[in-house]
Write a protein that binds this ligand. Structure first.
Ligand code: COA
Length: 258
């Protein structure tokens, strides 16, 4: 896959998407969002790909936000469209992918960058990473899901503080408040993601996709998460992975999922 602003590498069951605009600290412009949309769609449809890691190029930034130079002259209608399109094309897409997505936060994750990391299914950070939603310092609010996903991850009070102060928190603080699962040295970031990916890959992709749907349902307005869990639990009984998983257990061997 050849893109202008992202790199896509695939090794066995793991795909790594690297946002590659280091001179702009990997800021998300329109083209980068379109490319990410395309790459996530293609990788999600590829049965060989069991885990996707998204990270930023260079040692300084994951993503330093939406590209401010692109929207500085926008009016109300254009601003509304920017948020709506971005949420549809990228942030909601990532959250609802069947394939697990890990954000490897390798530096600044600000505004749209933190929003992208939060749309991923979970996050791992390097010790130099800094995270925040600085939009109110620009006279804006987060528009790519930040006002919704940050409180879900860190609680309402902490989210309000981060949004209102527009300040960054360190990787260690992010771990303390549940925003990231692990903090490691930068050199260990991708190896840890690969290790986590290997653990995930051992399990049923069909069951993982169903679990993503059920967990996400808890965070979707007007959807009964318990109902979705019952439905997805039931559907699992019709899969080949269910037959293989239970048969392997009873035969005292490791399951061999597709
Ligand atoms: N949009 C567009 N360009 C951005 C950007 C963004 N969100 N974040 C960084 N850049 C660009 C800078 O304009 C600069 O480009 P230039 O060299 O052509 O002038 C380049 O990336 C390097 O950034 P710089 O600010 O010089 O690096 P720094 O180390 O001094 O500061 C940050 C790093 C992250 C603190 C700073 O870049 C910043 O505050 N970025 C904006 C963060 C933000 O508000 N994001 C939310 C957007 S909604």
């Amino acid at each position: 896959m050849i893109f202008e602003n992202i790199l896509v590498n695939q090794h066995e069951n793991l795909a790594i998407i690297t946002i590659n605009r280091p001179s702009k600290l990997n800021a998300l412009n329109k083209n980068t969002i379109a490319e990410l949309h395309k790459a996530f769609k293609i990788l999600d449809a590829d049965k060989l790909v069991k885990v996707i890691v998204v990270t930023g190029s260079g040692e300084k930034a994951f993503v330093a936000g939406a590209d401010i130079s692109e929207f500085a002259n926008f009016n109300i209608v254009e601003g509304t469209e920017l948020a709506r399109k971005g949420q549809e094309l990228l942030f909601d897409l990532v959250q609802n992918l069947n394939t697990p997505v890990i954000a490897a936060v390798n530096g600044f994750a600000l505004g749209g960058g933190l929003e992208l990391a939060m749309a991923a299914h979970f996050r791992v950070a390097s010790s130099n990473a800094k995270m925040g939603l600085p939009e109110v310092s620009l006279g804006l609010i987060p528009g790519y899901g930040g006002t919704q996903r940050l409180p879900q991850l860190v609680g309402k009070g902490k989210a309000m503080e981060m949004i209102m102060t527009a300040e960054m928190i360190s990787a260690t603080e992010a771990k303390e408040c549940g925003l990231v699962n692990y903090v490691v040295e930068q050199a260990d970031l991708l190896p840890l993601c690969e290790k986590l990916a290997r653990k995930i890959t051992r399990n049923s992709s069909a069951a993982i996709a169903a679990a993503i749907k059920a967990v996400n349902a808890n965070y979707t307005n007007c959807v009964n998460g318990f109902g979705v869990e019952i439905e997805q639990f039931g559907i699992s009984f019709g899969t080949d992975d269910f037959k293989e998983g239970t048969t392997a257990f009873l035969e005292k061997r490791k399951p061999d999922f597709d």
